[in-house]
Design a protein around this ligand. Structure first.
Ligand code: CUK
Ligand code: CUA
Length: 763
């Protein structure tokens, strides 16, 4: 132990010196490396387009659906480096999501019929938008299996809300956002009765089963969906698929595909041809064209029917009021995507080689003229394809999804069967380039490519299979996100990124500089509600309150101790532990857990988190900090003592060590040496314009805090030494040194930061 302390001191003293002394090895040439690693010129070119040097950042941030993991995966483009997983529908232990009280409440919002659902089939993330542009404030994502939508606040990348769709039993076409984030669109997938827990036999499919599309009202100020102000449209049982909101000239309208307007009901066990045959029998399905602005007005006028307490505009009303129309679209289509200028709607055929480009103007003209080719079996007016098509382009086999370029009229469509990306011109209706990629692309994504202002540059192909692409990891393979350069006429494949969370259907990416995430919370914040946490306390106010069998702890975390260090309860007590992280420095997160009670919290600077459990087992349970937060992280510990009922202490002295006067002298010398290091670091920091760097100012505040605590400990070790109580003298001297180490650690970090940020001498 003693030698370890010595090496610590050495490290502190030499840290600054080491920093400067690391160049000058005879470097391998580029040719040497190419030869050694078997790389071609083409590889090198690709590498130079995706490589982000150490310490540098990505230009775009991608938010990928985590598929069945129920999470979101955040990665940088072009480096494809994974930055974070965000727990959404699924507990996420690192972030304490589902293990602390605050996040449990968020997950509880996603309970269905009183039951926890701890996974989600996430498909489509969507950014909040302002005037049709991604604004970097919020992210939404859907759960196909258990029809739900979640809200993630991009100030802290935390999930704040989960809402359950009150009338659907499955969904797919969410989360699509209207241009000013008034509504988040979610469409049914498999038709079912809209009333909850209502049984109708499949023989009554046409009469009693329904599709629907829900418009969830979003309150940007509160950062929450308002279920009371949300509404749905009842739709025929056509297996609605994806949606997109109109923008610019088409703002106020939305478009939703369907893939089984045959209304086919399978049943191979009864000898009927399967769904796949019945649902693709006809040459066309229907695109639903919906005037959602008008629909919202009708709902306000009280024209909706309440189903399961939710506003539903019934088909009859929608038809009468002219808010719902259909247009045939070729064969079991998949994606529907509105062009950035809002004038056209691109529908990909899936079982047809074409993409069909509809003109919004032509759709409006037909509606205005009352020119319909027919009515569907439910009386919805059908506008003819011929009257509304701008063009159709044969792209290849299995077109699925379309994204847009920063250049006018340029689109990219995924070809599932061909495993290709097609670059094409949707104004002129011609193919410009095709790129073969690895197997079976689903979605594809360009930078802000579904907004009014796509940023071009890169495209990511989301491939379903990776087959032989990566080192084998068993029969379940990762998926493969392939990065493609689209800045030139010809597309170039750059990089394969294995995605270890299946199956990420869709990704959205945003310019990194649009994101303004916080580095800390206001002290005492409940991060899930963004409100002051009643369990917060400041330094020195920590307390344990006991009322009957309820014990509530108001504690704090700061390098490197937990206050309180002992919590005593009686078996059967209900224990709530609130922990506030008092740090200000960036990235000084502490974790908190109590052994075997299945609780965990991630307590970022300023946050207050509570964990709750019934102390139903007698015994001794260590609690500790789970983040390696400082050199004395392992010592960031305490004991929960769960005592038998009516237990009385018999022994009252704690175990002790043996310390001498010589030990004490050594401690005092060590303190003096360390102080010299601190003084030199402080000397440097105050000699430059450190106040111009807010991150450094925070570090300095934290360091000053640590040093401030020294005074009291110093008085204690000196008083004990005067009384020749060498145990107390040594331990309090050691505590002084601990404060110094932490201050020096923070100080060195500040110094490095300043040196790397080009701080200027002021003295
Ligand atoms: S879907 Cu999976 S490839 Cu859910 Cu958007 Cu098309
Ligand atoms: Cu705090 Cu480890």
């Amino acid at each position: 132990m003693k030698s370890m302390k010595r090496s610590w001191r050495l490290a502190l003293v030499s840290g600054a010196v080491l920093m400067a002394a690391s160049a000058g090895w005879a470097a391998e040439s580029l040719q040497d490396v190419m030869k050694r690693r078997g790389l071609s010129q083409q590889d090198l070119l690709a590498a130079s387009k995706t490589y982000v040097p150490t310490g540098k950042r990505d230009e775009f941030i991608a938010f990928s659906s985590g598929g069945q993991s129920g999470q979101i995966l955040v990665y940088g483009v072009p480096s494809m480096r994974i930055l974070k997983y965000i727990g959404v529908f699924t507990p996420e232990p690192w972030q304490g999501y589902g293990y602390d009280e605050e996040s449990k409440k968020v997950l509880a919002g996603g309970r269905i019929d009183g039951k926890d659902i701890t996974w989600g089939d996430t498909h489509h993330p969507g950014f909040s938008e302002t005037n049709g542009e991604a604004d970097g404030q919020f992210l939404f994502i859907n759960d196909k299996a258990n029809p739900r939508i979640a809200v993630i606040d991009l100030r802290d990348f935390e999930t704040k809300q989960i809402v359950v769709n009150p009338i659907m039993k499955s969904e797919h076409g969410g989360a699509f956002v209207t241009p000013n984030t008034d509504y988040i669109i979610e469409a049914v997938q498999y038709a079912a009765p809209l009333e909850n827990k209502k049984f109708y036999p499949l023989e009554e499919f046409n009469e009693k089963y329904r599709g629907a599309v829900t418009y969830w009202k979003f309150d940007r100020k509160e950062g929450l969906i308002k279920p009371e102000e949300s509404f749905s449209l009842e739709l025929p049982p056509y297996s609605q698929d994806l949606s997109d909101a109109g923008k610019g000239p088409s703002d106020g309208w939305s478009f939703t595909n369907s893939f089984c307007s045959e209304r086919y009901v399978g049943g191979i066990e009864k000898g009927r041809p399967p769904y796949e045959a019945g649902c693709s029998a006809k040459d066309t399905d229907y695109m639903h064209v919906i005037n959602w602005k008008r629909a919202a007005e009708l709902v306000k006028q009280g024209k909706a029917k309440k189903i399961n307490g939710h506003n539903v505009l019934m088909m009859e009303t929608s038809i009468k009021e002219g808010v719902l129309f259909l247009i045939p679209e070729p064969k079991s289509p998949h994606g529907v995507d509105v062009t950035p200028d809002g004038t056209k709607i691109v529908v990909a055929g899936k079982l047809d080689t074409h993409v069909s480009v509809y003109s919004f103007d032509k759709i409006m003209a037909a509606i205005k003229a009352g020119k319909f080719e027919s009515k569907d079996p439910y009386g919805i007016p059908v506008i003819s394809m011929k009257d509304t098509l701008h063009t159709q382009v044969a792209l290849g086999l299995g077109p699925l999804h379309t994204q847009f370029d920063s250049k006018n009229c340029i689109a990219y469509t995924s070809l599932y069967v061909d495993s290709q990306v097609a670059k094409w011109d949707f104004c002129e209706g011609k193919v410009l380039d095709k790129l073969s990629i690895h197997y079976n692309i689903g979605h594809l994504m360009t930078m802000e490519g579904d907004t009014t202002k796509p940023k071009g540059k890169y495209l990511v192909a989301l491939n379903k299979l990776s087959i032989d692409r990566f080192n084998p990891v068993g029969p379940l393979h990762p998926q493969n996100h392939q990065l493609i350069d689209i800045s030139n006429d010809k597309m170039q494949l750059l990089y394969d990124m294995p995605v270890p969370l299946g199956e990420p259907h869709y990704v959205v990416a945003i310019a990194a500089d649009k994101l303004k995430p916080a580095v800390r919370y206001k002290v005492g914040t409940n991060s899930r509600t963004d409100k002051p946490h009643p369990g917060m306390v400041r330094a020195g106010e920590e307390k344990i309150v006991k009322k009957g069998n309820k014990v509530e702890v108001f504690g704090t975390l700061i390098r490197s101790h937990i206050t309180p260090e002992t919590i005593e309860v009686e078996v059967g007590d209900e224990v709530t532990i609130n922990m506030t992280n008092l740090e200000r420095a960036q990235d000084e997160t502490h974790g908190f857990t109590v052994s075997t009670y299945n609780v965990h919290a991630s307590v970022e600077p300023g946050k207050t988190v509570s964990v709750k459990f019934k102390a139903d087992k007698e015994g001794v349970y260590p609690y500790y900090c789970t983040e390696f937060c400082s050199a004395l992280h392992l010592e960031m510990q305490g004991y929960l003592l769960v005592k038998p009922k009516g237990w009385k202490a018999t022994k009252t002295t704690l175990a002790a060590g043996s310390y001498s006067e010589a030990d004490y002298k050594k401690q005092v010398k060590k303190i003096a040496d360390t102080q010299a290091v601190i003084d030199s670091v402080v000397g440097y920091i105050t000699s430059v314009n450190y106040k111009d760097f807010p991150d450094v100012v925070n570090l300095v505040e934290d360091a000053t805090d640590q040093l401030g605590k020294m005074k009291d400990a110093k008085a204690k070790h000196e008083a004990a030494a005067a009384k020749k109580d060498w145990e107390q003298a040594n331990l309090w001297a050691e505590q002084v040194w601990q404060y110094q180490v932490k201050a020096a650690d923070i100080g060195l970090r500040a110094k490095t930061f300043l040196e790397q940020s080009g701080a200027k001498k002021t003295k």
